[in-house]
Design a binder for this molecule. Sequence first.
Ligand SMILES: [Zn+2]
Length: 392
Amino acid sequence: MVKINPQRLKTSLTELADLARTPEGINRMTYTKAFWDSCKYVTQLMEDAGMTVRSNAVGNVVGTYPGKTQRKLVIGSHIDSVPNGGMFDGCLGVMAAIEAIHTLHEQGIQLEHSVDVVAWAEEEGVVISGLMGSLAYCGLPLTPIQLEKIGDYHITLEDIQACKVQEPVDYSLELHIEQGGVLDQTKEDIGIVTAIVALKRYRVVIEGVANHAGTTPMPLREDALVKAAAIFQRMSTLVQEVDPEMVGTIGHVEIEPNAVNVVPGKVSMIWEFRAVKEESLEIAFERLKGEFQDIIASITPIQYERAYHMDETAMEVIEQASKELGLRTRKMPSGAGHDTMCLAQITRPGMIFVPSVGGISHSCKEWTHWEDVTNGANVLVNALLKLDQQSQ
Ligand SMILES: [Zn+2]
């Protein structure tokens, strides 16, 4: 059982945060000065931990800790933030991964696998679009938006290609804050992620008749917003009936003409469904559509992301490592997207969650207790050691 240095991890997380701290929160959007300063800091820490580092205009920072063979394990996360974000989202996974290797290095432990510790750029997608660094690292195609915009940041296609990991990767691990309130509420220490949920979004239009709000008597109105109101209520009860682990949200609504003195003539909204079970997405959508077919003018599918299931062996070693450390675990899906979605397409992935106080993230109020930070990093390093022993 290896133990990381909690004080050193706390210092590195705090110093990294200080490079991007503003009164409103952490502002480390990709390709800003704070981002590049942070990349430099991450590079220095990786070198101190015994790694050789490569990086380029894409903004991925990759530290390699050489092993006895050419086979590879990958651990990491992202350091870019949303505007006014928190200091743990992504950064925890990167700093804990560096700390894990630093611990192995100072204890003279060389692994069978070489380990890449990676800070993937542009995970949040607020500058170009999401998961760009991990797509490039995994050699997966960039999205059309990404290809269109990279030039604005002096990134070439050669830079993208140079990011691709050359060796076969046996496993990947990402430590991340939960970003939800489950672990905080149940007082469990470690979340073993089973899958990153699938997602479907639809644009749904309800039509009425726009008319004067003073002169149109109530019985003669066809108010699109009044018709739509029942859907907002029903979404939240229906998804729970279909699948208790599923979530459904109507987070975007547009009213036309959206004027105080006009009866709403048109409401356009986005239905979002997320669940591990893809069939749940279908069932919930069909049922909601069916219940309101009389008032729905049109439905257009606008986005689909498949589910990504974590590897059984990776989940097992996370569980074993947690048990040996005396930590309580819970198997749970991830409702948010992560860099691991890309890793899942080239290797066997695992993800470790630690509690977020109050379930808050993407906010300056985001917090994770230092004890949980230490627990997560200890699980990471010991799960890594166990994966290193897996024969292929
Ligand atoms: Zn994140």
